[in-house]
Design a protein around this ligand. Sequence first.
Ligand code: GAP
Length: 515
Amino acid sequence: MASNTTEDLFKNIISHSKEYGFIFQSSEIYDGLSAVYDYGQNGVELKKNIREYWWKSMVQMHDNIVGIDAAIFYASYYLKASGHVDAFNDPLVDNKDSKKRYRADVLIEDHVAKIDAKITKEVEKARQRFGESFNEEQYRSTNPRVMEYQQKIDAINTRFKAALEANDLVEVKQIILDLEIVCPISGTRNWTDVRQFNLMFNTQLGSVSEESSTIYLRPETAQGIFVNFLNVQKTGRMKIPFGIAQTGKAFRNEIVARQFIFRMREFEQMEMQFFVRPGTEDEWYTHWKEKRMTWHRSLGFPLNKQRFHDHLKLAHYAKAACDIEFEFPFGFKELEGIHSRSDFDLRNHEEFSGKKQQYFDPELNENYIPYVVETSIGLDRMFLAIMSQSYVEEKLEDGSERVVLRIPPFLAPIKCAILPLMKKDGLPEKASEIFDKLKFDFIVTSEEKDSIGKRYRRQDAIGTPYCITVDHQTLEDNTVTIRDRDTMAQERISIDEVQRILREKVDVNTALRKL
Ligand code: GAP
């Protein structure tokens, strides 16, 4: 089905993800676990490649960043220290008619986003009208309609921020009522009171109930880095500023778990804590904001797909925070967070554990608790960003249609498909020879079934950047055709050249060099 609306597009991306082995609903045969997903044969490769690109760009490319892999179970006392037991809450509100539950902050933010979208529309209209000479900044600060919208946004944000800071949930409900926000399902304003809801999953460690203790599945990977800060610093003889990176699962009992893999209850994070001298954190915060945006831009997606968004509501640990937002089919949403966390975490771990969490700075000749700037990106969200940006429904010159995933080649699950034109005359054997040659360097596949056209379409649909066709001429002169996924152009090359050409085209280092 062609995507006529962004809603259709999102639905099509979800079904495409399932049909082509990227993402399955978890426990599907038992009707599925809500907001939990499994990655299929192609999804696992794409996910691994994104993780690897992040890891290389953070760890391999920096001689002052190292990685760790900490446990998923967190002892309750260290989440008490980090503030998660007391403060890792979302404000929730129920609509009494639809019985649907919402995050109160998301309802208000979505309302603000709608006003913001009106501003964007005005700005785009003006841009078209004025052409080259358009000055967006000036327009935003002088156009009466835009200014009125902006004042509305500012007023809501100021009031909402004050309510959150005072933990005034009655006021949060009043804001929802005053803004006349309705439940998207029932269309009514019949809301319950707003309540706080802790997002962590807990379980018991130990088999005898009297002796067991409550532990948590980590809600973020970051705390595993903080509690290992001194282990790594001492054993690695790290000098400040330095970073510790980690990728791995995190768990949150999300209230509103919709939008496919955007908000999951079990998900994966890629985080880096950068430990700096107190007083230099603002400089490093700016540094990492820019670095991370460059990383996103290196994927070659249109520049207007990403933007910064400063946090209105700071997490309990943050001194300053912003998101890198991506324009998903359902609008601009958070993809990555960059947070200046001060010495909040290490100071609390020092207090709760009774163990000093200090660094001796040889240049200053003094001990201090370092400040931390964190970059934190959701791997699954990044996956969704790439899928939604890469998914293209194309009408071809001959009137036929194809769906192609224009995944950056170095991230594609399969780099090359080897396709014998026919299932006879020694062509499959030649294809398997080529497979055996390439398999040491790349994930490649070989396919014999169906017409060559159908096989090309299948490879386009999973984003395979190159297809090599083995035909009768191959047996005569040791050449094959190589087809480019995006242009569909074919070129005849010697088999001896295949490895070199593929390496040039799918090499992750080309992207790393742009960082
Ligand atoms: N250590 C900081 C931290 O965890 P966060 O903003 O709560 O910060 C960081 O999360 C990133 O993790 C988000 O930008 C998002 O990409 C991802 N993330 C958070 N909750 C998620 C969820 N329920 N499902 C998928 N990804 C999530």
